[in-house]
Design a protein around this ligand. Structure first.
Ligand SMILES: CC(C)(COP(=O)(O)OP(=O)(O)OC[C@H]1O[C@@H](n2cnc3c(N)ncnc32)[C@H](O)[C@@H]1OP(=O)(O)O)[C@@H](O)C(=O)NCCC(=O)NCCS
Length: 211
């Protein structure tokens, strides 16, 4: 269930972050991240969560640095079954056909800058002498993946994130896009027409405070 969408999102998310070393073990995607706080990310559907948990709890990484992304329809119930892993937060895997995404211009006096390689598009919106909003889209043959959508606190609720999303959608011919939404981001994406495929539970091995 949701396996294909989760895989498509993981491929694009990994491309966006430059985490190109990943492979499958027991229906779990193992992404080598290699950062001190996040050495590895195990990505799986609920059906394969036990295998993901086993991999996280038996690998050789320092405490707290093995992370899990588990697609589950009931994150609260599922979180209760996860100990000794620590639950970090719930996100939502979302999708849209980009042609259907609502379009919004950049509000003046802000200015838009778009830079692109064949597989990564970066959007930056500047105003009042600083970077106000940023976002990225990875473009793969399996679909586009939106990542790192952020508006600086002083510039929020002025339409900059929806303008960022509009610029990203305008830059690619890929029809279908995916993202994993934070609780703050989800209303934004819903307002643009994105729909939720499944909640995803983010967890990690115990050892340090959540980031
Ligand atoms: C989420 C975030 C990117 C929104 O940026 P923003 O520039 O303030 O968003 P916009 O002004 O373009 O909002 C467009 C619409 O999205 C919805 N929306 C945005 N932020 C919202 C919030 N905090 N609560 C409810 N709805 C919200 C509203 O419908 C809003 O339209 P409105 O202001 O006319 O009501 C910003 O709050 C942020 O950077 N948060 C921290 C990082 C984060 O969680 N990013 C998302 C990762 S998936």
């Amino acid at each position: 269930m949701h396996e294909e969408a989760l895989t498509r999102w993981q491929r694009g998310w990994s491309a966006s972050r430059g985490w190109t070393d990943y492979h499958e073990v027991d229906d779990v995607t193992v992404v080598r991240v290699g950062e001190p706080e996040r050495q590895v990310q195990y990505v799986a559907t609920e059906q394969h969560a036990n295998a993901a948990a086993h991999l996280a709890l038996t690998d050789s990484h320092p405490p707290g640095s093995s992370w899990l992304t588990i697609a589950t329809d009931d994150p609260d119930r599922f979180a209760a079954c996860l100990p000794p892993l620590d639950t970090v937060r719930t996100e939502w895997l979302m999708t849209i056909s980009l042609a259907d995404q609502a379009r919004h211009p950049v509000p003046p006096p802000y200015l838009l800058d778009v830079s692109a390689t064949p597989s990564i598009i970066d959007v930056e919106i500047c105003g009042y002498g600083e970077v106000a909003a940023t976002g990225r889209m990875a473009v793969l043959h399996t679909g586009a993946v939106v990542d790192l959508i952020t508006t600086a606190p002083a510039h929020r609720r002025r339409g900059l994130a929806r303008a960022t999303m509009t610029a990203l959608a305008s830059a690619v011919p890929t029809p279908t896009a995916y993202l994993s939404a934070s609780s703050q981001g989800r209303p934004l994406y819903e307002s643009l027409g994105w729909t939720t495929i499944t909640p995803v539970l983010i967890a990690r091995t115990p050892g340090t405070s959540p980031t």
